[in-house]
Design a protein around this ligand. Structure first.
Ligand code: GTP
Ligand code: MG
Length: 448
């Protein structure tokens, strides 16, 4: 059965009955209030605007206190989000307030990616909440909800028009957070210029399809005031925590040589309107919109990304279990395919390496064979030389022995004939000389 049919049937089955007396469930709203009060509230504000535009001063002015602040330099390499949480109490209501500053916004030469850290921060807070929701053991009751409830976008009071950085950033943020644009340091711009500037800003936002937060007009109690306030956007604000005496009253104001700008004077600026709308009238709506609209959108995209859906083909309802089973099967198939691919890749790699190794081995073997052949050739040559020398040595020894024998003979003849002729003597000396020469040549050759 289709959903509208079901709704109609259940309405038809409901009967309106009169009670005989007081039962007591009319105290439910009171129970809810007392429970909420004891639980406390959380509210998270994101301040986006150029360095020194007056973010911290406005926060101090809004909550009438001095939050810890630290001036940022103009040399941040990229935009960085700095959250700070405070516990505030007014009457018996506890408020856990987180102020997140986009430090270094607008200070980089290349501002193309300035919005990214802000978008990432907002998404991370949604993701944390979703993870808590998906836990088996959830503790959403005491979970510190860090999702951004409102983004105060500080516009520089140029009097001209919005910068492209402002338009790009607001466009990227508008589906993720409630944006309230405000003209900062509104005391630096004249009344007529301010009026034109406001119109220009709203036209530009409209032309570029930037959705800013609209104060809700569906609740009768606040519909009228909210409708009037929507027409005042963007609020032109002045911040100051300095108290200056005006008449006989101390008021928060900024004093100049030509006069005093009173923060809470509605003819001077829109600070009161902002405080009224942001804190006193629409704080709960901002929290609700964050949960029901922005978080819901994030959650839906995320679950769809994970493969979950409410209806299958032909609009048939599909249970979480079925989706889970289908996704599991798909995942396992994918895993198997990946495993097979990786195995095949590994086998191919091993084969390639094996082939390479074989090639290398063959090369080495060939080199070894060549070396071996060269070595054998050298060895053979040396052996031949050695044999040749041996032969020469034997021949020499033979000649030496013959000469020595001749010498001995000659000596013998000399001893028998003491008187010898000069010619014989000369012959003997020649033989000796010849022998000596041959010996020295031979010993020199051996040394070589
Ligand atoms: P960073 O955190 O360093 O980026 O600065 P910020 O945006 O928090 O600015 P901050 O509140 O520190 O103010 C910077 C300067 O602007 C201070 O000198 C403030 O007194 C001055 N200032 C703040 N609000 C206003 C305003 O409404 N009008 C004028 N004229 N000056 C203001
Ligand atoms: Mg600051």
């Amino acid at each position: 059965m289709a959903a509208p049919d079901l709704e109609r049937r259940s309405k038809e089955e409901m009967r309106l009955l009169d009670l005989g007396g007081h039962v007591g469930f009319d105290s439910l709203p009171d129970q809810l209030v007392s429970k909420s009060v004891s639980q406390g509230f959380s509210f998270n504000i994101l301040c986006v605007g150029e360095t020194g535009i007056g973010k911290s001063t406005l926060m101090n002015t809004l909550f009438n206190t001095i939050f810890e602040t630290e001036e940022s330099g103009h040399y941040e390499a990229c935009v960085r989000l700095r959250p700070r949480t405070y516990d505030l109490q007014e009457s018996n209501v506890h408020l856990k307030l987180t102020i997140v500053d986009a430090v270094g916004f607008g200070d980089q030469i290349n501002k193309d990616e300035s919005y990214r850290p802000i978008v990432d921060y907002i998404d991370t807070q949604f993701e944390n909440y979703l993870q808590e929701e998906l836990k088996i053991q959830r503790s959403l009751f005491d979970y510190h909800d860090t999702r951004i409830h409102v983004c105060l976008y500080f516009i520089t009071p140029t009097g001209h028009s919005l910068k492209s950085l402002d338009l790009v950033t607001m466009k990227k943020l508008d589906s993720k957070v409630n944006i309230i644009p405000i003209i900062a340091k509104a005391d630096t711009i004249s009344k007529s210029e301010l009026h034109k500037f406001k119109n220009k800003i709203m036209n530009e936002l409209d032309k570029n399809g930037v959705q800013i937060y609209q104060f809700p007009t569906d609740d009768e109690a606040v519909a009228e005031i909210n409708a009037v306030m929507n027409a005042h956007l963007p609020f032109a604000v002045v911040g100051s925590t300095d108290e200056i005496k005006v008449g006989n009253k101390l008021v928060r104001a900024r004093q100049y040589p030509w006069g005093i700008v009173q923060v809470e004077n509605e003819s001077h600026c829109d600070f009161v309107k902002l405080r009224e709308m942001l804190i006193r009238v629409n704080m709960e709506d901002l929290r609700e919109q964050t949960h029901n609209r922005h978080y819901e959108l994030y959650r839906r995209h995320k679950l769809e990304e994970m493969g979950f859906q409410d209806t299958a083909a032909e609009s048939k309802p599909i249970s979480l279990q079925e989706t889970y089973e289908t996704r599991r099967k798909e995942f396992l198939c994918e895993l198997q395919k990946k495993e097979e691919e990786m195995r095949q890749m590994f086998v191919n790699k091993v084969k390639e390496t094996e082939l390479e190794l074989k090639e290398k081995e063959k090369e080495l073997h060939e080199r070894f064979e060549t070396l071996k052949r060269t070595h054998q050739e050298e060895k053979r040559k040396v052996e031949e030389k050695r044999r040749q020398l041996e032969d020469e040595k034997i021949a020499f020894n033979r000649r030496k022995a013959a000469v020595e024998a001749m010498q001995a003979q000659a000596l013998q003849v000399t001893s028998q004939q003491p008187l010898r002729r000069d010619k014989d003597k000369k012959n003997l000396w020649d033989v000796r000389f010849d022998l000596r020469n041959q010996m020295s040549v031979f010993s020199g050759f051996l040394c070589l």
